[in-house]
Design a protein around this ligand. Sequence first.
Ligand SMILES: [Fe+2]
Length: 377
Amino acid sequence: MKFDIQPTAETAGSRRASKLGAFPPAWRSTFLQYFHLGSRLPSNDAIQNNMLKFADTDFEGQSGFVDQEHREQWGRQRRAMEEGLVPSDLQKRLRTVRERAFKFARRAFENGLREARLYERGIENAVMLQRTDFDMMLDGLPKALDGYRIAHITDCHFDTNPGLLARLKGLVYRESVDLCVFTGDYQDNRKCPQASADAAAALVELIATFEQRDGALAVLGNHDRTDIVEPLEAQGIRVLANEWVTVPKGRDQLVVTGLDDVHYFETPMAYRALAAAPEGFRIVLVHSPDAAHAASLHQHDLYLCGHTHGGQICLPGGRPIITNQRGHPRFSRGRWGCGRMAGYTNRGAGTSLMPVRFNAPPEVAFITLRRFKKRLD
Ligand SMILES: [Fe+2]
């Protein structure tokens, strides 16, 4: 699929943040907190009504691999891999040395930021959640999907980002989209079952604050536990674990394939799901960009992911220092192409390891699919 990309529209959030640049940081954060959290929060009744609505949401079309046997096989494999992340005694000793070295380096870096009086600014940057609105021009997009609007939210790490849920709710409140997609890392501490339950509750509360006509879909990230699947699905957020769903659109159909994380939990099941997706306009949801080449080879049209946090700490101009992904550095943030497939790597809403961001503001993306019309002259 040939595609074209229009320049990023300057969003209200980014304009607001840049216009505030001349003010002292304390004034900026007070203003932004007021703007995001003040009068825009929904009432409890509105949230409750929406929760009831989403509990009934179901996809009208077919779904692939979503049967008890597939789920049980995937669940067994995933849990075994999660337990496999618990190291043996020897590994623990080796890991202790590595972890100490890492902690030392992290503290040295944090102290360096404090000495340079940048640490507080990094924390302020990390809470300045922005919205990114843009049109994704796609050749071959069915007419019925022209203007289809997707909200893309990822990498919330709710347990280490207090206040993020309120900021997210303020930002998406009363938005109306066709589909909401979550691409993983809802919690930070993968050893904590309570963090899974809290993150699931936060996501359910979040989707109740805005409208998604075709519902909400989610995939798991490398920090997530299998425990989160049940509470999400009980409240109408469909989790795709190497599965696909279809949404009929006139004579055509939208096919959304969701993979389990391929960064830590890669299995052949993920690639089988990519290969088995039916014909239609095909979107892939994956936590990280690591499966981009495979998705492109299997003729998927659009790839949405997160995981990299856009680098989280970047050099001026947005060049990441660490990308934490296996692909080309260009996959680490924003829009990119891989063969005939278009892709978007979301910078994520939260932080991990350190509560700071530089030159990589947190975001929620609103993506509008547009047909690319060829010029005849
Ligand atoms: Fe991740």
